[in-house]
Design a protein. Structure first.
Length: 314
């Protein structure tokens, strides 16, 4: 049973470093290749899942069910949590910014939108005199269309982390430890980018450690979505929405005193605490149990047996 895990890890982590190598040899995060390579890297966990499937000898339809590609046994619940993730992630992002402003970590500039203007100028684009309408449109697009536009690359990650890895880790390590460990692995996988300062540019290579601090509580919430529904799609929508809205929310700050990404916003310490509280509440009031992880043993189990919590995998 360790062979699929080894194959998954080698493909997910090895391919992520292979994809990011051009950034290390020239240009860093400022390279024009960055958007393309970042998107490609998001598919490496899915490559790991396919590698594990290749040695499992499980029919793909059954493998898809085990790894969450279906809508789960209770499709109504899955639909509700997809919608909740779609709208809830932007609410969390703006709540984190509001809390950051309330405790003095962010100086907002909703009137002049100076930080948004500065971001346009940094790209060599002259911003219009009145940015208010554009800011509103940008937020609406991020909230309404972001989960759709980002869904395919987000699935590339989520099929690996939440679809395949989370059931395996919670089955072998227990619910809380498994979810925490899955978030740690998810954060560590980002190292080819975060060691270059991704998400926390002022930290340099320490950004790799900071992003693990975000991924651990975020991984608990996304893992709960996966286990609560038996489907990976709520986590896909949450991830896609997060990618669309997190940066937009930070741009509502003041260019004269830009937000400290380590402290403010959904990916900062304020967001870590908010996500940790949410994850604890979800596990406390809406408990979940580990499904049987994908593999030959699960494929051969009968329907009644599959509904029972899995035995630890060794």
């Amino acid at each position: 049973m360790k062979r699929p895990l080894l194959i998954f890890a080698v493909l997910a982590f090895g391919l992520s470093w292979a994809v990011a190598l051009p950034l290390w040899f020239g240009g860093g995060l400022g390279s024009p290749l960055m958007p393309v390579l970042g998107t490609l890297m998001m598919f490496t966990p899915a490559a790991g899942v396919l590698g594990a499937w290749a040695v499992s000898r499980t029919p793909f339809r059954e493998w898809a069910r085990q790894t969450g590609l279906t809508l789960g046994d209770r499709r109504g619940r899955t639909a509700v949590l997809v919608l909740t993730a779609w709208l809830g992630v932007p609410l969390l992002a703006f709540l984190a910014m509001g809390i950051s402003a309330a405790v003095g970590l962010v100086e907002g500039d909703l009137e002049r939108l100076s930080l948004l203007r500065a971001s346009w100028q940094a790209r060599g684009v002259e911003a219009p005199a009145d940015l208010s309408t554009i800011a509103i449109v940008q937020v609406v697009i991020a909230v309404a269309a972001g989960p759709v536009l980002n869904a395919i690359p987000a699935l590339g990650e989520e099929w690996g982390w939440r679809g395949w890895l989370v059931p395996r880790l919670v089955s072998t390590n227990g619910m809380l430890a498994g979810l925490l460990l899955s978030g740690f692995v998810w954060g560590l996988w980002h190292a080819p980018f975060t060691l270059l300062g991704y998400n926390y540019p002022r930290l340099g290579s320490w950004a790799a450690l900071a992003f693990i601090g975000f991924c651990v509580p975020a991984g608990v919430v996304m893992g709960w979505l996966r286990l609560r529904t038996g489907s990976v799609w709520p986590a896909v929508v949450a991830h896609a929405s997060l990618n669309a809205i997190a940066g937009v929310a930070l741009l509502l700050g003041d260019a004269a005193d830009p937000p400290n990404e380590l402290l403010a916003g959904i990916t900062g310490v304020v967001g870590w605490a908010l996500l940790a509280l949410l994850g604890a509440a979800l596990l406390r009031f809406y408990p979940v149990r580990p499904p049987r992880p994908a593999g030959p043993a699960a494929a051969s189990a009968g329907p009644a047996e599959r509904d029972e919590p899995a035995e630890p995998v060794t």
